[in-house]
Design a protein around this ligand. Structure first.
Ligand code: SF4
Length: 485
């Protein structure tokens, strides 16, 4: 079936497309501008009639039609919102679908609540305003509000307090939904020793900057990829570089994202403990063996449970487990079973992602393997939002991504005191983060709220071969760090 978006006499294409995708996900729209015509069966026309100062939409969708026309607002930004809202209401009428996040397409709903609260609005007023503007459901507003209230207590107050991210971009195999820059250990084997060496060198350079500008590291996060995909010795080398060059005396947390069960061994867990990291992730994504197979993971549900139990036995008292709602071939019953089993294990935090179909993931290209039954995935996230608080987990970070099934969200739930600061900071441009390794991004938040960002090379061979060049470019950051007071 063909779909076309026709834009006449306006340049609000990005937002109009985002609204259309809420109701018609996973299709590639033909885009027609001004006088261009389309012979697609389904057409959505949005128009600014400048002469008569009118906004106009026409929708032909699955044999049904809808049109609306209204006097245009004066300001351009208001016109964009007006056109999107007219389109949203038309599509809602034709499809009968009530999107839980309404017409909010941004990735940071919590930021919107926090901004309203900092303007002096009460929580009720903040929710009311957001509901009226974006037509968000009460349940999602409550989720965003609860998360905002917890974050308000945790967010740092000094610009000199920073986070450190270290990237280990290797995994045992590639999961079918993955869009990260991750390389299978097998294919990248020969690069790993040189990568580890350069990574340690970059950690040393960042350590010098941290010391020179008197910064205070609040959180360290070793992520990937799967950091435990490298050998215990290589992991130790990386963590030793942190120990030698980074002052973590004031850090609130130090995480190693162990991730996949097939990489977690007693030897590596002992390295993590010995090097003083206090939080790990054991990420099963699902405890249904058939689903694990489908997404290309080479471990069983039992192995994930055993990896968790081993970490507990070795004394880890802050363990996160990640789950994904909407995995191919998973069912509501399967998800519910996974969630209950994970709760029974009693980890300290549980993160529930919604499947995102990104172009880089093989799943994106495989329509048969997509589980885009939006109501089912909505029920999965709803179950998490009910069951986790009942079991002592509160939402503390929440973000949305493009192309997420049902336009839904990712939520981190934690037991009180086990919230992960880095996870909040990475989604919120309020604190400087220095990143080392492939694709790691360093962002410096300046006193005026602006930010400077430098992103490292995406691929290990580039990172290794152009390391000197990259470090020269990174000196930009030094000038910016000087401005932090
Ligand atoms: S474990 Fe994570 S980073 Fe690695 S392939 Fe799977 S989704 Fe990608």
């Amino acid at each position: 079936m063909n779909y076309a978006l026709i834009f006449r006499n306006h340049d609000f294409e990005y937002e109009v497309q985002a609204v259309a995708k809420i109701f018609i996900p996973g299709v590639r729209f033909q885009l027609c501008r001004d006088s261009e015509l389309s012979d697609a069966e389904n057409q959505i026309l949005t128009e600014y009639d400048e002469k008569n100062h009118l906004m106009h939409i026409e929708i032909f969708l699955h044999g049904r039609s809808y049109s609306d026309i209204a006097p245009a607002k004066t300001e351009k930004s208001e016109q964009e919102f007006q056109l999107c809202r007219m389109l949203y209401q038309g599509l809602q009428k034709l499809t009968g679908y009530q999107p839980p996040w309404g017409m909010l397409t941004g990735i940071r709903p919590v930021r919107k609540v926090l901004d309203k609260l900092s303007q002096g609005l009460t929580p009720e007023q903040a929710c009311q305003e957001l509901k009226q503007k974006y037509l968000i459901s009460d349940k999602k507003l409550q989720l965003a509000l609860q998360t905002a209230l917890i974050q308000k207590e945790i967010l740092p107050h000094s610009l000199k307090e920073i986070g450190l991210y270290i990237s280990v971009p290797f995994c045992p195999t590639r999961c079918s939904y993955c869009s990260f820059v991750s390389h299978s250990v097998e294919s990248a084997k020969s690069l790993i020793p040189a990568y580890v060496q350069k990574l340690c060198e970059e950690i040393r350079i960042l350590g010098e900057l941290i010391q020179k500008y008197d910064l205070s590291v609040q959180s360290v996060y070793i992520g990937g990829g799967t950091p435990t995909a490298v050998s215990a010795e290589q992991l130790k080398e990386i963590m030793q570089a942190v120990q030698n060059h980074i002052d973590i005396a004031h850090a609130r947390e130090y995480t190693v994202e162990a991730g996949r069960a097939d990489t977690i061994t007693e030897e590596k867990l002992l390295v993590i403990r010995e090097m003083n990291a206090d939080r790990i992730s054991v990420n099963p994504q699902t405890l249904q063996d058939s689903v694990l197979q489908k997404i290309g993971r080479c471990h069983t549900a039992q192995q994930a449970v055993e990896a968790f139990q081993l970490a507990r036995k070795l004394g880890f008292d802050n363990i996160n487990m990640d789950l994904i709602a909407g995995l191919p071939s998973d069912t509501y019953e399967g998800f519910s079973d996974t969630l209950r089993k994970v709760i029974d294990l009693n980890p300290d935090s549980i993160t529930v992602h919604t499947l995102t179909l990104k172009r880089a993931g093989t799943l994106y290209h495989d329509a048969n393997h997509q589980n885009t039954e939006i109501p089912v995935v909505e029920k999965m996230t709803e179950l998490s939002a009910n069951l986790l608080p009942e079991n002592g987990y509160q939402p503390y970070y929440l973000y949305r991504q493009k192309n997420t099934v049902g336009n839904l969200e990712n939520v981190g739930y934690a037991k009180p005191g086990k919230e992960n600061l880095y996870n909040i900071l990475i989604m919120d441009d309020r604190q400087t983060i220095l990143g080392a390794g492939c694709a790691a991004s360093s962002k410096v938040i300046l006193p005026d709220g602006n930010l400077t960002r430098v992103i490292n090379y995406k691929f290990p061979y580039e990172y290794i071969n152009r390391f000197g060049e990259l470090m020269n470019k990174k000196q930009q950051i030094a000038g910016e760090l000087e401005k932090l007071t």
